[in-house]
Design a protein around this ligand. Structure first.
Ligand SMILES: *Cc1c(COP(=O)(O)O)cnc(C)c1O
Length: 244
């Protein structure tokens, strides 16, 4: 309230502009999601937009919520712990970053889906902490499709080797795969990596006789291509909220 009293007029003008920008961005992106889905002969209902709010303040998140967005993604547990309690409880949160072992306990009650389980060791830690907490986390397995040394994630070979072990962790529900392709100037540059993730998913479903319905792939620059290649979750930050 004090903030409101100090320089009130100015902050109101600024706030309206920021909210409008976010609402317009969301509307445009939803349109692009629908367009990409139709182009690929898919139903737009198969695709969920995860609004990535890392390094963005709660005011911007509220603006997105007012524009009808309910699903959000954060990549750091500390930051999420500070922001999520400030926001309406009806918002849904996905964890998309690198999960450190010592943060699992705090993360479990905050997030409905963990996109970024990148090793058997992390899955085992999640299982152990979830067991202690009586939690049943839903997860995606992160795959390093391009084999970049700098990126986290299973290689396809590691995943084939470790999948039975991950499947045996009874607290975890594996809903699908996630990838972050190499940084590239053109959206089309990502297509082969998205296709590779989908093909790996299809192969694993057959080899292990299971269902992996979710494919988390596509960010601000390339979500339309990801949808054409089968994405069910697109993680978009900058295109909604502006630069971080
Ligand atoms: C930050 C982040 C995003 C969103 O990236 P933008 O380019 O801002 O859309 C998506 N996925 C992950 C894993 C991220 O860390």
């Amino acid at each position: 309230m004090e903030e409101f009293a100090a320089g009130a007029g100015r902050s109101i003008v600024k706030k309206a502009t920021m909210s409008e920008m976010i609402a317009e961005n969301l509307e445009r992106i939803r349109g692009e999601i629908t367009g990409a889905a139709k182009k690929a002969g898919r139903s737009p209902n198969e695709i969920e937009l995860v609004a990535v709010t890392k390094k963005q303040d709660v005011e911007k998140i509220r603006a997105a919520e007012e524009a009808g967005q309910t699903l959000f993604g954060e990549s750091r547990v500390q930051e999420a712990r500070a922001k999520i309690p400030e926001l309406p409880a009806r918002l849904r949160w996905h964890f998309i970053g690198t999960l450190q072992k010592n943060k699992i306990r705090h993360a479990l009650p905050l997030f409905e889906l963990f996109h970024s389980v990148d090793s058997l060791a992390l899955a085992e830690d999640l299982q152990r902490v979830a067991d202690e907490a009586g939690a049943s986390p839903r997860i995606l397995l992160q795959v390093n499709v391009a084999g970049e040394a700098s990126k986290h994630g299973f290689s396809a070979e590691m995943l084939r080797r470790d999948l039975e072990s991950v499947l045996s962790l009874g607290r975890l529900t594996i809903e699908g795969l996630m990838t972050i392709p190499p940084l590239a100037p053109e959206p089309e540059d990502s297509r082969s990596y998205f296709a590779a993730l989908r093909e790996l998913r299809d192969d694993l479903e057959k080899e292990f006789d299971l269902q992996l319905p979710q494919l988390s792939m596509g960010m601000s620059g390339d979500f339309a291509v990801a949808i054409e290649e089968g994405a069910t979750l697109v993680r978009v930050g900058t295109a909604i909220f502006g630069s971080r």
